[in-house]
Design a protein around this ligand. Structure first.
Ligand code: R7I
Ligand code: MG
Ligand code: MG
Ligand code: MG
Length: 350
């Protein structure tokens, strides 16, 4: 397994969050406005005459992803109490990163409960239904970089998600994204078709369990919501150039995991090929991040999730130096990518 994919996954996630966050609150996002923002970044850099000045701040997506990675590296295989403490300490030391409205209550309860029962606060969210926000998925990238096999990825993505997202719609979104990064690490050895088939077959089993069925029905989404969206992705890819408004209408661009994780997966797969109105010289990862931003809505989170998959697939060479070095904490992403690669390699069957 190539080191470049591990660093690519963390760097892709980072630049997706940092660049996506700039557009999160904008009403209209055009190709022109995104390209002009990127040109401004480049001009600044040239004016300074040196690379390396951080201008783009990461948001809660990366703040939480960093806690997951640090916990995986220091407390293997996964210590839920350590992770809960890291999430909470990070939030209270730096609360203005744009956290979801609900999740803040989980941190408060975790802290006041002294981390005695770390899964309880999440279960009390939203009148006992648990959150279906995309917060479990947005931070999950470290899990598929730490564990080489599917059962472990499913198990640990679920546990890490359940600390804040007790609704199966929330943690199943994290599992789906983790599996997407896992399969992306295989690179070109896996076709677009088999990538989707693997995800569909995994999710059929996961969404078949009783809680997943009843949570989805209760929300009037119908059973197997992620599987149905994966089928929609296949339909869209077969169709070719589906307009962005149709992507938003059918797959969503919202803060719910089921309205953003499938969208990120679609964006990654779509942007393997050139996109009509994006510059020809852009690589697939650049297209992926920009495509997500152009969908509007939860731009930082959809771009970070798609960036993680694209980085795992294409490797770190597709993360432009300008994007990387403009992003807060990029050196950590490089270092931790290497450490996760070592951990992953040590867990491969010999
Ligand atoms: O999921 P979460 O961590 O939020 C992540 C998002 C990303 O876009 C970040 O970039 C950041 O901006 O926030 O935080 P939660 O508060 O658990 O969920 C996010 C939102 O989803 C909530 O504030 C609600 O608006 C919505 N939501 C729900 N609404 C009604 N009923 C989540 N679960 C429910 C629900 O059960
Ligand atoms: Mg955010
Ligand atoms: Mg937000
Ligand atoms: Mg967001």
């Amino acid at each position: 397994m190539l080191l470049s994919r591990f660093r690519g996954a963390l760097l892709g996630a980072l630049v997706g969050d940092c660049i996506g966050a700039v557009f999160e609150t904008r009403m209209t996002i055009t190709v022109g406005s995104v390209l002009s923002f990127l040109r401004g970044l480049e001009n600044n850099w040239k004016k300074q005459g040196r690379p390396g000045r951080t201008v783009l701040m990461y948001t809660d997506d990366t703040a939480m992803a960093r806690s997951v990675v640090q916990s995986l590296l220091t407390k293997p295989p996964l210590d839920e109490k350590d992770l809960a403490e890291r999430f909470t300490a990070e939030y209270f030391s730096d609360p203005d990163r744009g956290y979801g409205m609900g999740v803040v209550h989980v941190f408060e309860k975790l802290q006041s409960g002294k981390y005695q029962s770390v899964f309880t606060p999440a279960k009390e969210q939203f009148n006992g239904k648990g959150s279906y926000g995309n917060g479990a998925a947005m931070r999950v990238v470290g899990i598929p970089l730490a564990f080489p096999n599917v059962p472990d990825i499913i198990k640990y993505a679920k546990i890490s998600g359940e600390l804040t997202h007790a609704s199966s719609l929330g943690y199943n979104g994290a599992i789906l994204l983790a599996l997407a990064v896992h399969y992306a690490l295989q690179g070109v050895n896996l076709s677009r078709e088999s990538f989707l088939e693997h995800l569909l077959s995994n999710m059929q089993e996961i969404e078949g369990d009783e809680k997943s069925r009843s949570d989805a029905v209760e929300l009037e989404l119908g059973e197997f919501p992620y599987c149905n969206r994966l089928k929609k992705i296949k339909e869209f890819l077969d169709k070719g150039n589906v307009p962005r408004c149709e992507v938003v209408e059918e797959l969503g661009h919202g803060v719910a995991a089921f309205e953003s994780v499938p969208t990120a997966i679609y964006s990654f797969l779509r942007c393997m090929d050139p996109v009509d109105d994006l510059p020809k010289e852009m690589n697939s990862l650049q297209r992926t991040v920009i495509f997500c931003i152009l969908l509007g809505g939860d731009t930082d989170t959809i771009a970070t999730m798609a960036g993680a998959i694209a980085g795992a697939y294409h490797g770190e060479d597709q993360v432009p130096e300008l994007w990387r070095k403009s992003s807060e904490g990029y050196k950590d992403a490089e270092d931790w990518g290497k450490q996760l690669w070592e951990l992953y390699s040590s867990r491969l069957p010999s």
